[in-house]
Design a protein around this ligand. Structure first.
Ligand SMILES: *Cc1c(COP(=O)(O)O)cnc(C)c1O
Ligand SMILES: [Zn+2]
Length: 393
């Protein structure tokens, strides 16, 4: 046994549930369940400084991840991504201590791999027969790949207008691609119906407890890469919110373990002007977000009009003294060029959005010029080649 997972907890009322069976949302409140670990025992039994010697993928943090038997881990080498100091652009902007966490190097080209690896591994350990996945983008590609790796077929549900690259990565991995007339919400309803009908497990964002655990590993990894310190600010392109929520949870666990100390980084959420439910709720001082009407942006990962875990995202932002802001699609695409030209980092538009946000927060004085700040490039620009002007046509 490698995991110190002990129970699941409702994020609304604190009710506890056993972690030894497949679980979706909390039965009491119908909201997000968090995985809770036996932190006192980890503190007594695990030596933080030995973790760095392990293979550089997210499973080096196995004690703080949910899978009991390593045999059940479905891995393609997710995690262990570089933390790159932004040097040329830093000089140009007159800033220092600016970093990019390069999640584009994950299997399937985005950080979705982390969450999907955790959820599918734990699902299999608890007896799931197969998986459904509603997604308009990168989560579907990751689910398709990890199901293939596990020897299963994924049933993916996507809106008709989902990006070609995401449809193709599902097809090439042999998953069953169902194109749904309508929006991501409609795809979600179909996925749940099919899951119930056929005894499959549905992997919808934050409607099961373990994708957030995989994304938590980004925070654990950052702390380790900074020599067991936290940065002062994290700028993150927020869609469903798993990353912000997972990292916030991960830092709190590390603090409780005594593996790090100090203040949590300010969590800064960047959204697209054409879909900014969290920015609006943050600015209005609300604890939950109203769905955004007619959501539209080239950054598919940010096209989440009604995030299920809005309350957890807004809490993480406020709890850490962070903020939320929206940027335009044109600004994102310009920043893709800027990052690639200055640093050789070919970011996805979501990741490039964090650079736009950073520059604005520096100009406004919200961030100091030497504040240790991490921009999350959540995916590879290679999945978004259509956004780059063509050569010869
Ligand atoms: C899914 C996705 C996001 C949003 O991530 P959340 O953690 O769900 O907020 C950002 N960028 C890319 C490339 C994505 O695929
Ligand atoms: Zn509850």
């Amino acid at each position: 046994m490698t995991s110190y997972l002990s129970y699941l907890e409702c994020t609304i009322c604190g009710a506890k549930y056993p972690a030894d069976r497949l679980s979706g949302v909390s039965p009491c409140c119908g909201k997000v369940l968090y995985a809770r670990y036996d932190l006192p025992r980890i503190r007594a039994e695990v030596d933080r400084d030995r973790l760095v010697e392990r293979t550089a993928n997210m499973w080096r943090f196995q004690e703080l991840l949910p899978v009991d038997d390593p045999y059940n881990i479905v891995s393609l080498g997710e995690g262990g991504t570089p933390l790159i100091e932004v040097l040329n652009l830093g000089e140009k902007l007159g800033v220092s201590n600016l970093y990019v966490k390069e999640e584009g190097l994950n299997p399937t080209g985005t950080f979705k791999a982390r969450g999907i690896s955790a959820a599918i591994s734990k699902g299999l350990e608890l007896g799931a027969a197969g998986f459904t996945m509603p997604s308009a983008g990168n989560a579907a590609g990751a689910a398709a790949a990890y199901c293939a790796r596990a020897g299963l077929s994924a049933k993916v549900f996507m809106p008709q207008d989902a990006p070609d690259s995401n449809k193709k990565e599902c097809l090439v991995a042999g998953s069953e691609l169902n194109l749904v007339d309508g929006l991501i919400g409609d795809a979600g309803r179909q996925a749940v119906a099919v899951a119930q009908e056929q005894g499959l497990f549905d992997l919808s964002t934050l409607k099961e407890p373990y994708r957030a655990e995989g994304k938590k590993s980004m925070g654990l990894e950052l702390a380790m890469q900074f020599g067991w310190r936290m940065p002062e600010a994290i700028i993150y392109p927020a869609g469903g919110g798993t990353g912000i929520i997972g990292m916030h949870k991960g830092f709190l666990e590390l603090l409780e373990l005594g593996w790090i100390e100090g203040d949590l980084p300010k969590f800064i959420a960047v959204q697209a002007e054409g879909c900014q439910p969290i920015v609006r709720a943050f600015n209005e001082g609300k604890d939950t977000a109203e769905p955004w009407q007619n959501a539209a942006t080239v950054a598919d990962g940010l096209r989440v009009p009604g995030p299920f875990a809005d309350y957890l995202m807004l809490h993480a932002i406020r709890d850490t003294g962070g903020t939320a802001l929206a940027v335009s699609d044109a600004e994102m695409v310009a920043a893709m060029y800027e990052l690639a030209t200055a640093e050789g980092i070919f970011a996805c538009p979501e990741g490039a959005a964090t650079l736009v946000g950073y520059k604005r927060l520096i100009a406004e004085g919200f961030l100091r010029r030497d504040e240790t700040t991490v921009l999350f490039n959540t995916g590879s620009g290679y999945k978004y080649l259509q956004l780059i002007e063509g050569v010869g046509g």
